[in-house]
Design a protein around this ligand. Structure first.
Ligand code: THU
Length: 142
């Protein structure tokens, strides 16, 4: 299988962002999650009139993967910004709930979070850098 590059992952996240359902915030998020076997699972944010049932783009990608039997991940690319953004997107961090979901399935020391404004402009952090003292399965002794 062709090796998935950072740029390819960001392009997949940008494509997923076009499916964002965000009529309430107008903030569109796309994510592309790379499994260790090379598969890519995409996601977008999905809002709801009840507000709290809203699902972030990152979690959509994780839940798609896990629900298809994949639990071993290498990286996620995230792109986000208001719907009317022209040019570079914003480079915000994933929310705490999404980082917590990552803690469940990813090695904090090695899992890479790619926050991108475009395929050329991005920063890469480990999950541990984003959530230094995160609570995960090990804290339950598992
Ligand atoms: N959102 C995400 O999809 N990912 C994040 O990490 C931060 C926030 C979404 C949720 C909501 O639909 C919109 O962005 C505004 O918060």
């Amino acid at each position: 299988m062709e090796k998935v590059t950072v740029q390819m992952l960001i392009e997949r996240a940008l494509e997923a962002r076009t499916y964002s359902y965000s009529p309430y915030s107008g903030f569109q998020v796309g994510a592309a999650l790379l499994a260790r076997d090379g598969q890519v699972f995409t996601g977008c944010n999905i809002e709801n009139a009840g507000y709290t049932p809203t699902n972030c783009g990152e979690r959509t990608a994780f839940f798609k993967a896990v629900s298809e039997g994949v639990r071993d991940f290498a990286a996620i690319a995230v792109v986000a910004g208001p719907a009317d953004t022209k040019g570079d997107l914003l480079m915000g961090a994933p929310c705490g709930v999404c980082l917590q979901v990552m803690m469940e399935f990813c090695d904090p020391e090695t899992f890479q979070i790619i926050i991108a404004a475009s395929p050329e402009k991005y920063e890469i952090f480990t999950l541990k850098e984003m959530l230094p003292r995160g609570f995960g399965p090990k804290d339950l002794g598992r």
